[in-house]
Design a protein around this ligand. Structure first.
Ligand code: ADP
Length: 169
């Protein structure tokens, strides 16, 4: 039992300080791809220290866009949103890390880019809600759901970045 005590303490500390390892679905929308912002956007998550576990350029079928945004089905802008997301290739990404879901949302910034803080992706790179360049899951459950929706088995990688001991104590 003594062997398990440090693990128990560590997981309690993790819960207390919100240090759960999570996964999130990040997508560069068609405007981000068309405007040549793919490298810039990926860099921000890389530099922060999150782990990329899935990445592909993809032309999203209408049905998938509708499924992804099904909670917004009743909104007046829904048809426009589906047209936007299916208007060109998107970059689909899965990222993993401690607190990655909320942290990625902070890196992305507010939905309306005019309200997004400078330093955030939307704050620095976009002006309109309907062209806000990037998507990020809004909860750990949705992170899992969306990664399962956008990636097939075998498209995700399990790996250990060499920098990890220098990022996480
Ligand atoms: P977020 O992407 O910040 O989680 P929401 O889940 O509220 O924001 O909305 C999903 C996406 O729908 C937004 O990123 C944006 O592309 C689009 N959207 C939201 N509200 C509007 C709106 N009023 N007009 C046009 N598009 C919108």
């Amino acid at each position: 039992a003594r062997i398990f005590l440090p693990h128990l303490v560590a997981s309690m500390v993790n819960i207390l300080f919100q240090e759960e390892v999570e996964e999130t679905y990040i997508m560069i929308k068609p405007d981000g791809v068309q405007r040549g912002l793919v490298g810039e956007i990926i860099s921000r998550f890389e530099k922060k220290g999150f782990k990329l576990t899935g990445l592909k350029l993809f032309e999203c079928p209408k049905e998938l866009a509708e499924e992804h945004y099904k909670d917004l089905q009743s909104k007046p802008f829904f048809p426009k949103l589906i047209d936007y997301i299916t208007s060109g290739p998107v970059v689909c990404m899965a990222w993993e890390g401690i607190g990655v879901v909320a942290s990625a949302r902070k890196l992305i910034g507010a939905t309306n880019p005019l309200n997004a803080e400078p330093g955030t992706i939307r704050g620095d790179l976009a002006v309109q809600t309907g062209r806000n360049v990037v998507h990020g899951s809004d909860s750990p459950d949705n992170g899992k759901r969306e990664i399962a929706l956008w990636f097939r088995e075998g498209e995700l990688c399990t790996w250990m970045p060499v920098q990890e001991p220098w990022l996480i104590e």
